[in-house]
Design a protein around this ligand. Structure first.
Ligand code: NAD
Length: 360
């Protein structure tokens, strides 16, 4: 359920009922290759029908592995001609962050529904342009926020939002080590920022979905250890921030300077609600004051893409629309603003009003 009701789009009469919808993956790097494409072999309501790549060698490999028709293989130059391809209902943007806006807008102009990877863009201004382009083209836009479809994170949302163990205060974080200078994630013009853009977004998303509330204010501080390495690239190496919600506080951390760790801890007066690891694709582990959470890990990406296909088939709203991506870029900008102003407290008076509510 959304706090802000997104206006229903006009019906998608062009989509034949019960047809598996075709997805075109744009950008065949790590995430497409290892997660999305294999997951599209498990989805019930969509399948991989087309690819968009700038690397000639990938064409033969992918078309053989996923039985993709020759005419459904595009490059970045002829991408716009996808408008004429009825095998493609959805375009999934899996490119470096600063390319998300351009390709989302081009996909919308081609009349295709869009899933755009996180972070939605590198500025809230671009997010607004992407939302406007999709509205104008009457196509639906969703963000690749897979954890909203994960049952363990979903259970944590339910426990937190419904205060099953009373009021909560949250600690959440996501980090790994990244010191490879050739990585686009360390190139500000492609990434838009440091670990906050890439990983910290999960940490504050978790805080928001644990409370089921919008934060009222925040302060942030740059905690980079290797200043010489990261500042030369114009990005932070590590960052911490605190968000104040109507019913509690969240302390969040993100880093490219420590080993892989993702966690959500909600402190209650009855003990901890904990998911650690919390944001990985698999092997998430949870516990409540009553003991271990016994919920099986699932294929998050398959559930996420099937949910979007069903939104289109049934003409329902996505729980992770462009407006949520915009809210998160708004927060990223405020976090950076505070960090560059000596941890000044910033009131979030005009935060886009959207939540994934799991009230029971
Ligand atoms: P990647 O570097 O492995 O892949 C990026 C792809 O973009 C490559 O195929 C590359 O060839 C292509 N590309 C096109 N133009 C490029 C350019 N100018 N510079 C660099 N690459 C270019 O990256 P990735 O890990 O697959 O990440 C892609 C997107 O997916 C990012 O936005 C990232 O945040 C997101 N992602 C999301 C998740 C998730 O769990 N939701 C996980 C990983 C990545």
């Amino acid at each position: 359920m959304l706090a802000l009701q997104i206006p229903m789009l006009n019906s998608y009469m062009t989509l034949k009922n019960h047809k598996k919808l075709g997805i075109a993956l744009v950008g065949l790097g790590y995430y497409s290759k290892n997660q999305l494409a294999p997951s599209l072999l498990e989805t019930k309501h969509c399948y991989l029908s087309a690819i968009v790549t700038g690397t000639k060698e990938k064409e033969a490999i992918w078309s053989k592995k996923y039985k993709i028709k020759k005419e459904n293989i595009y490059n970045y130059q002829n991408f716009d001609s996808i408008i004429n391809n009825d095998d493609v209902d959805i375009v999934y943007i899996v490119l470096p962050n600063s390319m998300h806006a351009e390709y989302t807008i081009r996909a919308a102009k081609a009349g295709k529904h869009v899933i755009c990877e996180k972070p939605m863009a590198t500025s809230s201004a671009d997010c607004r342009k992407m939302i406007a382009a999709c509205k104008k083209a009457n196509v639906m836009l969703s963000i690749g926020y897979r954890l909203h479809f994960d049952p363990l994170n979903g259970y944590m949302m339910e426990l937190g939002q419904n205060k099953i163990f009373g009021d909560i205060n949250v600690e959440s974080g996501f980090g790994f080590t990244l010191k490879d200078s050739s990585a686009w994630r360390l190139n500000k013009s492609l990434s838009g920022g440091g670990p906050l853009m890439d990983l910290g977004i999960y940490a504050f998303q978790a805080a928001i979905y644990m409370f089921g509330e919008l934060p009222l204010s925040l302060w942030a501080k740059d905690t980079t250890i290797d200043k010489e390495f990261f500042y030369e690239k114009g990005i932070e190496g590590s960052l911490e921030w605190e968000m104040t919600f109507p019913s509690g506080k969240a302390l969040c951390k993100t880093t490219y300077e420590e080993g892989l760790h993702s966690y959500i801890i909600a402190n209650t007066h009855k003990g901890e609600l904990k998911l650690d690891p919390s944001f990985m694709y698999d092997d998430l582990k949870g516990q409540t004051p009553k003991g271990k959470i016994n919920i099986k890990n699932v294929n998050q990406q398959a559930l996420q893409m099937d949910a979007f296909a069903l939104n289109l088939i049934n003409n329902t709203n996505t729980i992770v629309p462009g407006e949520m991506g915009l809210r998160d870029l708004y927060l990223i900008e405020k976090i950076y603003e505070s960090a560059s102003n000596n941890a000044q407290t910033i009131q979030l008076v005009d935060i886009p009003n959207i939540l994934d509510l799991r009230k029971i």
